[in-house]
Design a protein around this ligand. Structure first.
Ligand code: DGT
Ligand code: MG
Ligand code: MG
Ligand code: MG
Ligand code: MG
Length: 303
C-alpha cells in the first residue's frame, strides 16, 4: 500500500487481541426474536422448524470455520467455542465475532425458505444477531460455561412448557398462569404437567429439554494421521468416520500433537482434517463427564 499523508489515521485503530491460551466462546443471540417469533407465528413454546433452522445455520458456521471445536444452541442463541490453541485472525476479538455473526446470519436467511416455505421473510421483520466473545482460562470453567447454558435451557423449557400448556390446553389467561407459576420449583411444574394434563415432562423431545450440541465426529485412525502430520509424514491416507479408540486419544498435555508445538503448516494440515470431519447434531447431556470422556478430542483440540 502506498504511503500517503492520510496514513496516520491507522494509528487510531485499537488492538483487540484476546488473551493467548484461553478458550474463546462467541455467543450470538437473535435480536428481538420475541417480536420476530410472533410475526412469523413460531409454535409455542418450541418451534421445531425454527430450531432446526438455527442448527442448520450453525452447522454451516462449523463447516466454514474448522477452528471451532464445539457449539451449543438453545432458543435464539448459539455459543461457538474456539480451542485455546486457536490462532484464527490472530485471535482478534472483532474479526472473530463479526465473522461468526455474519456467516451465521447469512446462512440463516439463505435457508429460511427451506424451513418456512409458506412464510417468506419480509422487511422490517428480518432476522439479525448480536454477538460477543468471552474467554475462559481452563477446561473446568469452559465446561461450567457450557453447563450454565444447558441448565438455562432446562429451566426455561420446563417453565415455558408448563406455562403454555396451562394457557393453550388449560384455557388460562397469560396473567393467571404466570401468577400461579410464581415461586414454584421444578417438582411443582412437573406435577402440574402430569396431574392436570397427563404430560410426563421426561417424554418431551430431547432437542427441547437439552438444546443442541454440535461437534466433529473424528475417524477411527485420526490420531495416526494427526501424528504423521506432526512428524512430517505423508498424510494422503483415507479414513472412515467412526468413534476413535479411547486408548489412542492424546487428551493429555504431553501429546506429540500438542498444538503449542505445532508449526503453522502442521496446523493447516490438522485444519484440513477438521474440515473433512463430519459435524454431528446431538441433543445430549453435556453437564456430566460422560459426554466429554467419550469424545476426548473436543477438549484436546485434536482435531
Ligand atoms: P434480544 O435478544 O434482547 O434482542 O431480545 P429477544 O426478544 O430476542 O429476547 P431473548 O433472546 O431473551 O429471548 C428469545 C425470544 O425468542 C423469546 O421471547 C422467545 C423467542 N423464541 C425463541 N425460540 C422460540 C420458539 O421456538 N418458539 C417461540 N414461539 N418463540 C421462540
Ligand atoms: Mg440479545
Ligand atoms: Mg434474542
Ligand atoms: Mg436469547
Ligand atoms: Mg477485506
Amino acid at each position: 500500500m502506498a504511503n500517503s499523508r492520510f496514513e496516520y489515521v491507522k494509528s487510531f485503530e485499537q488492538p483487540d487481541v484476546l488473551l493467548p491460551n484461553t478458550w474463546i466462546v462467541v455467543r450470538i443471540d437473535g435480536r428481538g426474536f420475541h417480536k420476530l417469533s410472533d410475526h412469523y407465528a413460531f409454535a409455542k413454546p418450541n418451534d421445531r422448524r425454527a430450531l432446526d433452522l438455527m442448527n442448520a445455520a450453525a452447522v454451516e458456521v462449523m463447516k466454514e470455520l474448522p477452528d471451532l471445536c464445539i457449539a451449543y444452541g438453545v432458543s435464539d442463541e448459539f455459543s461457538f467455542v474456539f480451542h485455546p490453541n486457536c490462532q484464527l485472525f490472530e485471535r482478534r476479538n472483532g474479526k472473530l465475532v463479526t465473522t461468526i455473526v455474519s456467516t451465521f446470519t447469512a446462512h440463516y436467511i439463505y435457508k429460511w425458505s427451506e424451513y418456512f416455505p409458506e412464510r417468506p421473510l419480509l422487511p422490517p421483520y428480518l432476522p439479525s444477531f448480536d454477538g460477543r466473545a468471552v474467554i475462559y482460562p481452563n477446561n473446568r470453567i469452559l465446561r461450567d460455561y457450557m453447563s450454565w447454558r444447558q441448565v438455562d435451557c432446562h429451566i426455561n423449557n420446563l417453565y415455558n412448557t408448563t406455562f403454555w400448556t396451562m394457557v393453550l390446553q388449560g384455557g388460562m389467561s397469560n396473567t393467571d398462569a404466570e401468577q400461579e407459576l410464581k415461586g414454584t420449583v421444578s417438582a411443582d411444574k412437573n406435577e402440574i404437567l402430569f396431574k392436570r394434563f397427563g404430560i410426563n415432562y421426561n417424554n418431551e423431545l430431547e432437542i427441547y429439554k437439552k438444546g443442541t450440541v454440535l461437534y466433529r465426529q473424528v475417524c477411527a485412525n485420526f490420531y495416526d494421521i494427526a501424528l504423521s502430520v506432526s512428524t512430517g509424514a505423508n498424510m494422503s491416507q483415507q479414513y472412515e468416520l467412526e468413534e476413535p479408540k479411547p486408548a489412542k486419544s492424546p487428551a493429555d498435555e504431553e501429546s506429540p500433537v500438542a498444538e503449542s508445538q505445532q508449526s503453522r503448516s502442521q496446523q493447516d494440515k490438522i485444519r484440513k482434517l477438521r474440515r473433512k470431519a463430519q459435524v454431528v447434531i446431538d441433543h445430549v447431556d453435556i453437564i456430566k463427564d460422560e459426554f466429554w470422556e467419550k469424545r476426548p478430542w473436543i477438549l484436546s483440540g485434536n482435531p
